[in-house]
Design a binder for this molecule. Sequence first.
Ligand code: F6R
Length: 609
Amino acid sequence: MCGIVGYIGCNQAAPILLEGLTKLEYRGYDSAGLAVCDGTRIHVSKCKGRLKVLSELTKGGETLKGTLGIGHTRWATHGAPSDTNSHPHYNTNETIAVVHNGIIENYNKIKSRLCEKGYRFQSETDTEVIVQLLDRYYTGDPLAAISKIMTKLEGSYALGIIFKDYPDELYAVRRDNPLIVGVSEEGNFIASDVPAILKYTRKVFYVENGEIVRLTREGTQFFNSDLEHLAKEASIVEWDMAAAEKGGYEHFMLKEIYEQPKAVKDTLHPRIKDGKIVIDELNMNEDDIRKLEKIFIVACGSAYHAGMTGKYVIEDLARIPVEVDLASEFRYRNPIYPKNTLTIIISQSGETADSLAALREAKKNNCRVLGIVNVVGSSIAREADNVMYTWAGPEIAVATTKAYSTQLTAMYLLALHFAWIRQTLDRDKYDALLKELLSIPGRIEDIIKKNTTEIQYIASKFVAVRDCFFIGRGNDYSAALEGSLKLKEISYIHSEAYPAGELKHGPIALIEEGTLVIGLLTQEKLNKKTASNIVEVKSRGAFILSITCEGDEEADRISDLVIKIPAVDRHFTISLSVIILQLIAYYIAACKGIDLDKPRNLAKSVTVE
Ligand code: F6R
């Protein structure tokens, strides 16, 4: 989604803003722009395309003089990507400039009213109504104008605002869209995400919904919408620049695939004490856990796929009924919450608009909410009753890998912990499963070492493939969903995932000579069934690549190619098979020369509905 950076300090703003925006490129964007105030005027430079184009246009920022400015990378929602629709947007007199993340839902209504009052609009964006509305209510006091427009705007926004009349002040405000403030010796910052300002500071304030910020060269002041002063405490960001750099890898995605053993270990180990799982942050006592009647797991995209695995393992091990929902559906479906229900929201960014709305829906229904979140201090982390962090570190590539793997880990931890408390597992079985779980990081490492060369070769064979099907049963189906999403989002190959038993009910009509079918066979009890489905598609011309556990000979007989993963307990095989699927998707996309850290049309953190 869009990225915002703002700066006020003693240095030239434009180069700092450009540099900050490059650190937000991973969020996905199609145009970019800067507004800088030189003390007497606000100068805007903006254009469609990559930051490189903006950098050339402004000679690396040199043409925009001034020590106060705002910058933006836009991911088009209202109006196509174009120079005019890019942010920042001006009011007609060019005395106020605004950058905006989010969507103004009532912008048409506001626009019509402003047009009746004689306002004229340049762009098709919802953002331009914000700056014109500010113009309408501005009578010399920026804070008063900002608090007034907050009563008029519906939807979500994070805004960076500068006023020509106030060359020593930078303003920001948010509702349902992330925004942080960073403070440093070099000056003060606003940003939509930490990497943009990490070079200058780790000291940040998380701006809460409805808060307005005034930044000067000397410091920052926070206000509520009634313009009362707020006292806020700064947080220190733990991770450093190196964690957000490519470190010699060709792409962030590959770096993050390689970081998975550590990410999983970091999520697992702090929660094991004296041979038992201890999840203090759950804040549920044994009685609370025993009484659980139902769990909802709600998430989007890959996080939803991790939730599906959560359902399989929690139901199977702890015998608690689990419903998994896509957040965009859950928030509107009016679910029934039995008395002792836990809603788990899974999110890497902690800012996904639908997941956040689902969280609020559950809370409105007095349901306890547990957030499984990667980004510390994000909205979901702050609003959930309790947070279990996945310690994957910063994930920059748009396509998630390491965060997803840590989400799976969180699911296993919860399943085993609940099972132990509810006594649905005896001590021997519990110990055996925990031992297997602890072996996962090492096994992921082995898979990456052992299989990469073979996968590079296989990927080179599949570059020209047009359609691909992923099939599996049980937990293998959830791996199929994730493998299919990875492939389509970064390689642009059409792919679909099906429960293997469902093929005959329609999709098999699409199988023809040479169609690639990737079969997942890691669930011993289900493998024979999936194998029959594989034979069915093979006899219709499909090319079969199977992923199975060492020791399974059946797959060799029915497949064109087989990749084997170590045989681990069936609950955890997905943590291994998915590494193979990530590498296949990565190397196919890399062979196609795709800019796979920033795939087309996609954004890292989906902060609009
Ligand atoms: C796919 C991917 C997305 C995210 C989804 C949820 O590779 O990354 O499908 O999983 O947008 O995002 P978070 O986890 O930030 O809520």
